[in-house]
Write a protein that binds this ligand. Structure first.
Ligand code: 4AZ
Length: 677
């Protein structure tokens, strides 16, 4: 009954709004006592407000209501302070409309009286209600398109063609479409009245079966918002797994796009301004093609404008480049491989063609490389010898060829060796001229002369940086021993002599043999291999071997024989002596021991003697050697009548007869021998 009567008085507050309750001053309506008080709090549920409607107010009036007062707070803020008597009409029009909580907020009523009442006041009475809060009317809450209020909340909504953004307030154009399986069609951003929608974020997904690729063509008008400098404000992008085309904007349509992909996304983004026409993309499919180029620095066969799935081609790396992987499927040679166009539009396998690298060659002994900048294709390498006592055996410049080998101009691939210069004394290299009756040699004058002190005293001649020649009869009985050989001196007791050890002693296989016991000195020659390469220098240099063409016409010519053998003064000369001798006519050499492998020589007052055996007889005679006519080992001191009988006739092994044996023996020994660095 009361509710109904209130609704008559407070029509705007009733209707669908339920009355929630009353609040009144203590002792109402009889009147409140001095020092009475009341506090009251109620809160609105979310999406609702709480309203208070005073139906009666009769309090003691005072300045700023400092005696008795009714105070109303919305949350923590005081929204009203009341006292005195206010007629219902005024309460309704000017007080009650302000007594509203915030949505979901609380109202707090606080009443208090003091002692000073002179007359009785009835107090106050109010009823409170909760009501839905209409958020759509709230200027702070903005739905971009439509707002729907409901009891306890609100909802933003979008017109057709738009979707609500995750912020639940703004709508944007709905243009995300899955066009998978569609083989041809058109794509345009949504819009109306000749321009595309604002705030559009479109993504059109195209997907066709593998083996097909999507081809896109912009047709009709192309007009996408751009700044005058060409920078895109709105933009179209085409994305494949491996590539992005665009962003495109402006008024010039991009050309045909062979995407090479079976999956493509057409993306379009617009902002909230502009009035541009948009674009239309026509999409269709064609068979998947593979790119025309497979690997940089290569050519392919067969050559076509276009390759489709299943095509197989041969890739050949350009001259000077090779397939970078040494082995793998499809590799046919170091510069070619086969590859096949796959249904995903990719070639498989793909190898890179890398520049040929000849690398740093391993260098033979005494060979050096002059500042090498690159070892790649076409680089040049210059070989030099580590000292002036060596000479490069062939071309000095090699080029890195496409096959990965260093090659000389003449096509040689073997790295040239540095061969010891022979038959020249240091001064000639620079220039680029008991010995009975002999003279003392100076250091470096006969730098190939070696001395064997034990087990049998004799001489030897250095013929390169590892080998020496001596007489077989000096070393014959000691072939399995290591013999010490001295060189680089003219004084047999020189402490600074170069001391060498033999590694091998190879006596001529036919030494002393001729089916004739008397020919005991036949083939009196032996080779000594030193245990290591000897360092050549002004005091120690090899002598050349005779030229194979040198004929017997040399008879009568002068040569020089040298050694530490018996002299007129001593059985064993301390110092190296030499004497010039003349080759005698064969008739003069007649002797039962004489063979074709010997010659005899001597000169009045000059001969070799005991202890000189194994040492050299060389031509031209000392002092006459020249760079174009170097000293050559003509003979090896072998035997003769006791030189003290002064017949001045010595027998020598004819070295010329052993050129092949020497060469073969040394070469055979070198086989399998590692190249010295
Ligand atoms: C020897 O007994 C020897 N005059 C060497 C050479 C000559 C004679 C004898 C030649 O070693």
């Amino acid at each position: 009954m009361l509710y109904l009567s209130l609704c008559v008085v407070f029509v705007p507050l009733c209707g669908s709004v339920p009355l929630a309750g009353w609040v009144q001053s203590p002792g109402y309506p009889r009147g409140y006592e001095p020092f009475s008080s009341l506090t009251w709090v109620r809160c609105a549920p979310p999406g609702h407000t709480l309203s208070l409607a005073l139906t009666h107010l009769d309090l003691e009036d005072s300045y700023e209501c400092e005696n008795d007062a009714l105070k109303v707070y919305a949350d923590a803020t005081r929204i009203s302070t009341l006292c005195g008597t206010i007629p219902l009409q005024d309460l309704r029009s000017s007080v009650n409309p302000s007594l509203v909580s915030s949505p979901g907020g609380c109202l707090n009523v606080s009443f208090s009286s003091d002692y000073s009442n002179v007359e009785r006041h009835s107090g106050f009475r109010a009823f409170y209600t909760i009501q839905d809060y209409n958020e759509c009317d709230d200027p702070n809450i903005e739905c971009s398109h439509f707002c729907y209020n409901f009891i306890g909340g609100y909802l933003c909504a979008c017109p057709p063609g738009y979707v609500l953004n995750p912020d639940k307030h703004n709508c944007s154009v709905s243009c995300t479409e899955d066009l998978s399986g569609s083989l041809r069609g058109l794509v345009s951003p949504p819009g109306g009245a000749g321009s595309y929608a604002e705030e559009a974020h479109c993504s059109y997904s195209l997907a066709v079966e593998e083996g097909l690729q999507l081809v896109l063509q912009f047709t009709g008008d192309f007009d996408v918002e751009a700044r005058p400098n060409g920078e895109c404000i709105d933009a179209v992008r085409i994305e494949t797994r491996s590539k992005t085309y665009g962003p495109f904007c402006g008024t010039v349509a991009p050309g045909l796009i062979d995407t090479g992909s079976s999956k493509v996304q057409i993306l379009f983004d617009s902002d909230n301004g502009g009035a541009n026409k948009g674009f239309t993309v026509a999409y269709k499919t064609k068979r998947m093609t593979c790119p025309v180029g497979v690997t940089p620095h290569s050519t392919v066969l067969p050559e076509h404008q276009e390759y489709v799935m299943g095509d197989t081609i041969t890739v050949t790396c350009d001259q000077g480049t090779v397939v970078e992987l040494p082995s793998g499927p499809g590799i046919k040679s170091n510069a070619t491989y086969e590859t096949r166009c796959q249904k995903n539009g990719m070639w498989k396998p793909v190898y890179q063609c890398g520049v040929v690298d000849c690398g740093r060659p391993s260098l033979p002994y005494a060979v050096k490389v002059e500042d090498l900048e690159s070892t790649h294709y076409k680089s040049e390498i210059h070989f030099i010898c580590s000292s002036k006592y060596y000479q490069l055996e062939s071309d000095e410049v090699f080029t890195c060829e496409a096959d990965g080998f260093w090659k000389s101009k003449t096509g040689q691939t073997n790295i040239p060796r540095c061969l010891p210069i022979c038959g020249l004394t240091d001064n000639l290299i620079e220039a680029s001229g008991r010995i009975l009756g002999g003279k003392r040699a100076k250091v470096g004058q006969i730098p190939w002369q070696l001395l064997i002190k034990a087990p049998e005293r004799g001489g030897a001649s250095l013929i390169n940086d590892r080998w020496a020649v001596t007489a077989a009869h000096v070393v014959d009985k000691h072939q399995s021993e290591t013999i010490t050989v001295y060189g680089g001196m003219t004084d047999g007791q020189d402490q600074n002599a170069v001391v060498m050890q033999t590694e091998k002693i190879i006596v001529h296989p036919n030494y002393g043999k001729d089916g004739d016991a008397e020919k005991e000195f036949n083939n009196d020659i032996a080779l000594l291999k030193m245990s290591s390469t000897v360092e050549l220098g002004p005091k120690l240099l090899p002598i050349c071997l005779p030229e194979s063409s040198e004929g017997a016409a040399l008879e009568g010519k002068m040569g020089t024989v040298s050694g530490y053998g018996t002299t007129e003064r001593a059985a064993r000369a301390k110092l190296l002596h030499y004497v010039n001798v003349q080759e005698k006519k064969r008739e003069e050499c007649r002797d039962p021991k004489f063979t074709d492998n010997m010659f005899c020589a001597g000169i009045e007052g000059g001969d070799s003697c005991k202890g000189d055996s194994g040492g050299p007889v060389f031509v031209p005679m000392l002092g006459f050697g020249k760079p174009d006519d170097p000293y050559r080992l003509k003979g090896i001191v072998s035997w003769g009548p006791d030189c003290l009988t002064k017949e001045y006739k010595g027998y020598y092994t004819k070295v010329q007869n052993y050129l092949d044996w020497i060469k073969e023996t040394i070469e055979k020994d070198g086989e399998g021998q590692e190249v010295r660095k």
